[in-house]
Design a protein around this ligand. Structure first.
Ligand code: PLP
Length: 416
């Protein structure tokens, strides 16, 4: 039985899967079961920040697996404390506290629960709790009932109603639409500094500042979903700093690149006080209020610590900026009519495609046609919506690997 057949018989068909069967990886390279090699600019959707099987990450996992993999959060876990300290001191660089989850969706659920707690502590004028979280159209926050309800895309929610109530979706980058958006029940605004799944859309500085001002004015929590953008991917450890470094968020969620391939997510809450008694926002989730059996266990924390320290010590965020320049200037110099624009920052880049120039068989988007042609040639990239392909190489990608990928891109895109 082939892998594809075993899938068909035994695994729920929630993903439209390519016929590719990857079996081995090293750095930027991936090999399939036939021995064909690929340049991997998908990296498990921005997960393998150090590439595949980076020696420091492999060694951290090997060592921790041989010592202690899992204990309950009923006990003190040194690797979890050390990872939280590293993230607070060197990545967020603002006073706050972290909860570890296993995925981005769970991290966002944690932020949503935090907003609800905040809405109880700081209620409406009539004493009833605030609960509403404003999010944005084309956003993606995950697939759990909470994070799916936060996601501003009808196709993600189709057939799963009734949705968790308490969300409203505003147009992204539309400052005028913020004007009358806040209602008495509104407690928070959640946004991606760059929308990844929604097509690689970057929030403008003016928009981010307008959102932050609105939060100040109406006593709302400002929450950033950095699940895809965080930890160096966009040219700074935190993507919001690339756009508006003066902004201080109240909450942040992460997953994807922070673990380099092990399942880990997290959310952060600021220590700032939310009332005249000096109650810290980060104190609202006290003992018994939230939890996760696996969350932050020794194995995943040791792995994530190796990843985020490697990103910091090698200044891989800077490499992301340098490679962005290389990619943008090369693609712009081609002047290809099929390329409408390049969006994003660092190594979260979207290449917009002109759908009118790409013949599509039924059921396939222009982006999927290009993704398949690139895969055929040996370059793996994911789509981002129907008319955009994404480039998500490892953060330690080299000049020559970038040039190799660009050659594949030129070969395919110049054909349209
Ligand atoms: C991928 C993603 C999520 C969901 O993360 P999972 O680990 O798949 O649950 C949430 N927010 C953003 C911005 C993402 O890109």
């Amino acid at each position: 039985m082939t892998t594809a057949e075993a899938f068909q018989q035994n695994v729920l068909p929630t993903y439209g899967r390519f016929p590719l069967v990857p079996v081995r990886g090293a750095g930027c390279r991936l090999w399939d079961e036939t021995g064909k090699s690929y340049l991997d600019f998908c990296t498990g959707i921005a997960v393998c920040s150090l590439g595949h099987c980076h020696p420091r990450l492999v060694e951290a996992i090997r060592k921790q697996a041989g010592e202690l993999m899992h204990v309950s959060n009923l006990y003190q876990i040194p690797q979890q404390a050390e990872l939280a300290k590293e993230i607070n001191e060197h990545h967020v660089k603002l006073p706050g506290k972290i909860f570890f989850s296993n995925s981005g969706a769970e991290a966002n659920d944690g932020l949503i629960k935090s907003a609800r707690r905040f809405g109880h502590k700081r209620p409406q004028a009539d004493g009833s709790p605030r609960y509403e979280v404003l999010t944005f159209q084309q956003s993606f926050h995950g697939r759990t009932l909470g994070s799916m309800a936060a996601t501003g895309q009808a196709k993600i929610q189709e057939g799963f109603d009734p949705l968790l109530p308490g969300f409203r979706y505003l147009p992204y980058n539309d400052i005028a639409a913020l004007e009358n958006a806040v209602r008495p029940e509104t407690a928070a605004i959640l946004l991606e500094p760059i929308q990844g799944e929604g097509g690689v859309n970057t929030a403008t500085r003016e928009f981010m500042r307008a959102v932050a001002d609105l939060c100040k004015k109406h006593d709302l929590l400002l929450l950033f979903d950095e699940v895809q953008t965080g930890f160096g991917r966009c040219g700074d450890s935190m993507a919001w700093r690339m756009t508006a470094p003066e902004i201080q968020p109240d909450g942040i969620s992460w997953a994807k690149g922070m673990g380099g391939g092990v399942p880990i997510g997290a959310f952060w809450l600021s220590d700032r006080s939310i009332d005249d008694e000096g109650t810290a926002l980060s104190s609202l989730l006290g003992p018994g209020s939230h939890g996760s059996t696996y969350g932050g266990n020794p194995l995943v924390c040791a792995a994530a610590l190796a990843v985020v320290q490697e990103i910091r010590e090698k200044d891989l965020a800077m490499n992301a900026i340098l490679q962005e320049v290389r990619i943008r200037s090369t693609i712009e110099s081609w002047n290809l009519p099929v390329v409408t624009e390049i969006r994003g920052k660092g190594l979260l880049l979207g290449i917009g495609l002109d759908p009118a120039r790409i013949p599509t068989p039924v059921g396939k988007t222009p982006a999927l046609v290009v993704v398949s042609a690139l895969m055929e040639r040996g370059l793996l990239v994911p789509p981002a919506g129907p008319n955009t392909i994404r480039l998500l190489p490892p953060l330690n990608v080299t000049d020559s690997e970038i040039d190799e990928a660009l050659a594949h891109l030129f070969a395919v895109l110049s054909g349209f």
